[in-house]
Design a protein around this ligand. Structure first.
Ligand SMILES: Cc1cc2nc3c(=O)[nH]c(=O)nc-3n(C[C@H](O)[C@H](O)[C@H](O)COP(=O)(O)OP(=O)(O)OC[C@H]3O[C@@H](n4cnc5c(N)ncnc54)[C@H](O)[C@@H]3O)c2cc1C
Length: 382
């Protein structure tokens, strides 16, 4: 069995899969170590789909990275002949002067992104499922937005990496790594020891365990996703309605996407929605996956208040983990103790859409020690 690699990636989830793809494409001999099976429901990538949008209310500094992420997703689709991005557009609703809508407008303005100010009453007429949204709220529509098929994105990155020569090992947990005086890095798992020149740490909710002495300010929270059965099921199908986001004073942000055709995904059936507000702080190794009435209320409250016609039977409820930084900006950097180690963590519940560009950035940092992509605001201790 081979034990020496150019690059070892700790964590074969969203970001690790993308990094493996980019590093293997640059001719590196790559090993990806994943503690569970590849593509699983215990971390941050489960649940079928993820929103992707450009007019980023979180901060305009993300927009250049998003533009590159869109290019890289398109490139992945082109190379594989598979569709992962669905441009359904996204409708935003919020009270007059809402900060989320203002942030969306600011990013659109600064980067000249298409964003339509819509009449709320007209929008509700077009999409009657939003009947509970107050008529005097603002409504925006971003046409160049939609959703990604999450598990399929990861499958294509991982399959691509394998086809480019990468080795993937599942059910193998990294317990320790150490750099020798010659600069080689020894990685110890619960099964074996490997050596590499460059180490990439993409351990998601388990990052604190593998960061090698860095005290990154990460808080893992337990989040809920729900799938409901609306009364007029057909009107909620992809192609009939856009993705949506409702800014709510108490819940922060409710969001959701249209129902997917069964041929797009084998995931849960129904109308998916979630609430972006942080759930309970948890230890990633001891997450209660049972579902309570309070869990169900996190998304049912949105249906009751804003989308009463969609407030039908529950078809599925799943848990998922956010790994949050204090300001909800990601952390992507070289390790302070070693230029041969790079890490990416703290994706704070909004990182998936960036995976295609984060993979590129991690490959740049690992191989060149620098990247031309604008990640200054995401450096450690930003
Ligand atoms: C409910 C929910 C909804 C979301 N919605 C959106 C959205 O609409 N749009 C969006 O852009 N983002 C969204 N996100 C965020 C996005 O999914 C995450 O930011 C992203 O998946 C994080 O990727 P990651 O690689 O850090 O974590 P993961 O994908 O969880 O990968 C980390 C991997 O590392 C492995 N690992 C950890 N420690 C070890 C070890 N010691 N040895 C071996 N393997 C290890 C884990 O098992 C895991 O597979 C959402 C997240 C959640 C939970």
């Amino acid at each position: 069995m081979q034990h020496t690699y150019d690059c070892i990636i700790v964590g074969g989830g969203t970001m690790g899969a993308a990094a493996a793809y980019h590093l293997a494409a640059r001719g590196q001999k790559v090993l990806v170590l994943e503690q569970f099976d590849f593509i699983h429901a215990l971390g941050s990538h489960g649940g079928q789909s993820r929103l992707i949008r450009k007019a980023y209310f979180e901060h305009p500094d993300y927009v250049p990275l998003l533009l590159r992420a869109y290019e890289n997703w398109a490139d992945l689709e082109h190379k594989t002949g598979q569709q992962v991005y669905f441009q359904s557009g996204i409708l935003y609703f919020g009270a007059q002067g809402d900060t989320l809508l203002n942030g969306t407008k600011l990013s659109a303005q600064l980067y000249n992104l298409p964003l339509e100010v819509r009449n709320t009453v007209e929008s509700k007429r077009q999409y009657p499922m939003f009947s509970g949204v107050p008529d005097d709220w603002e409504c925006l529509f971003e046409p160049e937005a939609g959703f990604l098929l999450a598990e399929k994105c990861m499958r294509l990155h991982l399959q691509g990496a394998i086809q480019l020569g990468a080795t993937l090992k599942a059910r193998e947990k990294v317990v320790e790594w150490q750099e020798s005086s010659t600069g080689n890095i020894q990685v110890t798992t619960d099964k074996a020891t490997y050596t590499c020149a460059k180490l990439v740490l993409t351990a998601g909710a388990w990052s604190a365990q593998v960061l090698g002495g860095i005290a990154a300010p990460l808080k893992v929270t337990r989040q809920i996703l729900g799938w409901a059965q609306p009364a007029d099921y057909q009107s909620y199908m992809n192609g009939r309605m856009p993705c949506w986001a409702i800014s709510d004073a108490e819940a922060g942000l409710y969001y959701g996407m249209p129902i997917l055709q069964h041929e797009d995904t084998a995931g849960p059936l129904g109308f998916k929605l979630g609430c972006h507000k942080h759930g309970a702080v948890v230890d990633a190794d001891h997450v209660d996956r049972s579902i309570s009435a309070a869990d169900e209320w996190t998304f049912r409250r949105c249906l009751e208040q804003y989308m009463p016609a969609a407030n039908g039977e529950t078809l599925s409820i799943k848990t998922c983990l956010y790994t949050n930084t204090p300001d909800e900006n990601f952390i992507i950097d070289l390790h302070p103790a070693s230029k041969n180690v790079v890490f990416a963590c703290g994706f704070s519940g909004h990182g998936f859409k960036f995976a295609s560009v984060v993979g590129e950035v991690l490959a740049d940092l690992a191989l060149d020690g620098a990247t031309s992509l604008p990640i200054g605001f995401l450096r450690f201790n930003h």
